[in-house]
Design a protein. Structure first.
Length: 758
């Protein structure tokens, strides 16, 4: 069974790495071929592999087929939609999921944002909204969360926003499903039981799977402390629900001496309650796994057979995959099954260990389990989250018992008694909230410790070999010399950094930050960041979402020079986030920043680092000091080959640069003002003589940047033109000898069949 399960997962994984989507006809042919292979016993693993590949492709094709019709992309459409999930509120805006009531233009599942709504919509309500939608799409940067893949995995068929105005109106306040009503009522009780919003949010997440109330700061604390698994409805929660129901029903049945098969009936009741709880909580992947494994165990025990844990785990993985092949892409799928597999392996080894005094056994098992999971799951957490939670083991030694013995049982008891006695439910939730507050205070203290939050550099190249060294602690028997390689592997993963460019070369990334600009330049010994992208009215910035994760993925903890071309929000919006998170040497700006902690950018400044020269070309002392024309222009050069960073300069500044006899000729240029018609004059283009021109612009932006005539001007001058809107982040390595020796488009590099190419 385990071999067939591995073959199934391997087939799904192979499909996930494909760049070509098979048609449904080809998938059905592959399924027929798989069936034929299944008839031959020795070929069954291959049959399962190809069958899983075909099933994944069929499920993926169904998602892509239901995406928004491109003919409606970008249009304002008045549509009647139903709210299908609890909206997540952030500042003055919210994000919600809707489905059409009867409108062929709107696909089945749509994720929209709404800035400053008249009031927060409720699940089940029907609204008439003016929507502006597009096909699922996200920015594409190295080492940054792949939002486009997440949308595909969540089966979102379109994204967009609600156009503000009087046309948006509530049509029907209707009723949500009984599950949503139950979840909403439990959330109300959680808030009523405590004055702590953080505790109420955790109780709602633990009790009924409502995680939209958990704040970003809470998620950050849980991630740093390695306790995010406690916020998911996992096997722990479902198992406790089943155990509680079994215990109560068995005790009640014991009162009636005439009842037969009490044990089987109690098991059935426990299973029913576990299934009901999993459904109420949203039936996530960990809950699905737990339910299937409990069902297998219950059937086996009822038949007086011995449970095979590995077979149960394998059957659970097969069942979850067959129910939804795309779900196998979720981190929760990998972590949930990997954690259980590690614990089963630990249990097998522990059964062969020497016995210890009973009073030490519980503590020893908990400590061993946490250390085992730390090493066993490190490869996955390093690859998926690029994070190593150093405090996870000590925090979980406290958090797991508190949640298992206090928080979860009391929360489940409150969920069960809420419909019977409100006062009892509130009392139980109040005690549970106190346990959450106490645990949260402990977590707050732990995450402030030095090195508590260890962000890992993006694993690439030969470093992939290091990822699997921690598994030596899990796989090898105790006492084997090779087992200590796990410790070296952890140190290597934590300290590993991607190689810097050699002396006389520099790497540059024009990041995909939507409608804005952010360019990172790295030499052998220093880093320059030119502009920081957009900040939004609703809070947050591109720097937090894209720029900082990219820099952390490169192992960059310090920026030597932060250059802000000018104060337009799409260029300076992330300055505060960058300065608050990373060490910053010098801040140079073309215009005065609100913080005032910077020096003015002035033509004539120059400095060198590792054989790479930085020259400030604009603005001069007599240049106008406001708006786009004040943009700081910098040329980065390795010998005769250079990169020209232009900000938002326009025709007048281009004319001044030409008249100043500045060295404009560059191998690579970031096109001024996102490809606007007010810039990129023919004399300027002729002076730059670039081989590569990069436009930083948002996909389908409302200004139509880059303008086609501007693109043609650069191409006519011999430049190959890239746009971050279609290419994602664009990478160059420029060297004194050889010029541009490497070019890479991130969207092309990471392309899978569900990604948009253009």
């Amino acid at each position: 069974m385990a071999i067939l399960c591995l073959a199934l997962l391997a087939g799904g994984l192979a499909a996930q790495h494909s760049t070509l989507l098979l048609s449904s006809d080809h998938c059905y042919l592959l399924l027929v071929a798989s069936f034929c292979l299944w008839c031959e016993r020795h070929w069954r693993p291959a049959a399962v592999f190809f069958g899983a590949y075909a099933l994944f492709m069929l499920a993926a094709g169904d998602i892509i087929e239901h995406r928004l019709n491109p003919d409606f992309a970008g249009d304002s459409m008045l549509a009647r939609v139903r709210i299908t999930d609890f909206p997540r509120v952030s500042g003055d805006s919210l994000v919600m999921q809707v489905e059409p009531t009867d409108d062929h233009r709107v696909p089945p599942r749509v994720r929209v944002s709404w800035f400053d709504p008249p009031h927060v919509p409720l699940v089940g309500e029907v609204w008439e909204l003016e929507l502006r939608l597009q096909q699922p799409r996200g920015t594409s940067n190295p080492g940054v969360f792949d939002y486009e893949t997440w949308l595909f995995r969540e089966k979102v068929h379109a994204t967009g926003y609600v156009v503000g105005g009087m046309r948006n109106r509530l049509l029907w306040s209707g009723s949500a499903s009984w599950i949503d009503e139950l979840r909403k009522e439990f959330s109300r009780r959680a808030r009523a039981s405590t004055t702590s919003g953080d505790a109420a949010a955790v109780l709602a997440a633990v009790g009924v799977g409502l995680r939209h109330l958990v704040s970003r700061d809470q998620w950050d604390r849980f991630a740093v402390s390695g306790t995010t698994h406690l916020m998911a409805i996992s096997g722990l929660h479902v198992g406790l629900a089943a155990l509680a129901a079994f215990t109560v029903s068995f005790a009640v049945l014991g009162v009636f001496p005439g009842c037969r098969n009490n044990y089987v009936i109690a098991i059935t009741v426990g299973m029913a309650c576990a299934l009901l709880y999993a459904v109420v909580s949203g039936f996530g992947i960990p809950a699905q796994r737990a339910v299937v494994m409990l069902l297998i165990a219950a059937l086996t025990v009822a038949r007086r057979r011995q449970v095979d844990p590995l077979a149960a785990l394998s059957l659970a993985a097969i069942a979850v995959f067959l129910a939804d092949p795309v779900a196998s892409m979720a981190p929760g799928f990998h972590l949930s099954f990997a954690a259980v597999a590690a614990l089963l392996w630990l249990a097998r080894r522990t059964s062969m260990a020497q016995p210890v005094p009973r009073w030490l056994d519980a503590a020893r098992q908990l400590l061993t389990m946490q250390v085992f999971l730390l090493f066993g799951l490190l490869p996955l957490t390093a690859l998926i989250f690029q994070r190593f939670a150093l405090t996870a083991t000590p925090v979980n030694l406290i958090a797991v018992p508190v949640f298992s013995l206090i928080t979860v049982p009391l929360t489940l008891a409150a969920l069960a008694t809420g419909g019977i006695c409100e006062a009892i439910a509130l009392f139980l939730l109040k005690i549970a909230a106190h346990s959450v507050d106490a645990l949260d205070a402990f977590i707050r203290h732990m995450v402030r410790l030095p090195f508590a939050d260890t962000t890992l550099a993006k694993i690439e190249g030969a470093a992939w070999l290091l990822v699997f060294l921690p598994l030596c602690w899990v796989v090898l028997p105790k006492g084997w010399p090779g087992r200590k390689l796990a410790l070296l592997g952890v140190i290597a993963i934590v300290t590993w950094r991607p190689a810097s460019p050699p002396a006389g070369c520099f790497d540059t990334w024009v990041l995909d930050v939507g409608q804005g600009l952010a360019v990172a330049v790295q030499t052998r010994e220093s880093v320059l960041l030119f502009d920081t992208g957009m900040a939004w009215r609703s809070g947050g910035s591109v720097a937090t979402q894209s720029v900082l994760p990219f820099l952390r993925g490169r192992g960059i903890r310090h920026i030597d020079w932060l250059l802000v071309s000018h104060t337009d929000l799409d260029h300076s919006g992330g300055v505060d986030a960058i300065r608050a998170t990373l060490g910053v040497g010098e801040v140079i700006a073309g215009e005065r920043l609100a913080s005032g902690l910077h020096r003015q950018c002035r033509a004539g400044e120059r400095w060198t680092a590792a054989g790479v020269r930085f020259d400030v070309l604009h603005p001069g002392a007599v240049d106008p000091g406001a708006g786009n024309e004040s943009s700081c222009v910098v040329r980065v050069s390795a010998g005769p080959h250079g990169l020209l960073l232009t900000g938002d300069i326009e025709a007048e500044s281009e004319r001044r640069l030409i008249q100043s006899s500045a060295q404009l000729a560059s191998t690579v240029v970031v096109v001024p003002h996102h490809g606007s018609m007010t810039s990129s004059t023919v004399p300027f283009i002729d002076s730059v003589r670039a081989d590569f021109a990069v436009v930083s612009a948002g996909y389908a932006n409302r200004w139509g940047f880059p303008k086609p005539r501007v693109v043609e001007r650069w191409r006519a001058a011999g430049a190959e033109v890239f746009s971050t809107a279609s290419s994602g982040a664009v990478y160059f390595r420029v060297c004194e000898t050889g010029g541009v020796v490497a070019v890479e488009q991130e969207r092309e590099r990471r392309h899978r069949f569900w990604h948009a190419r253009k």
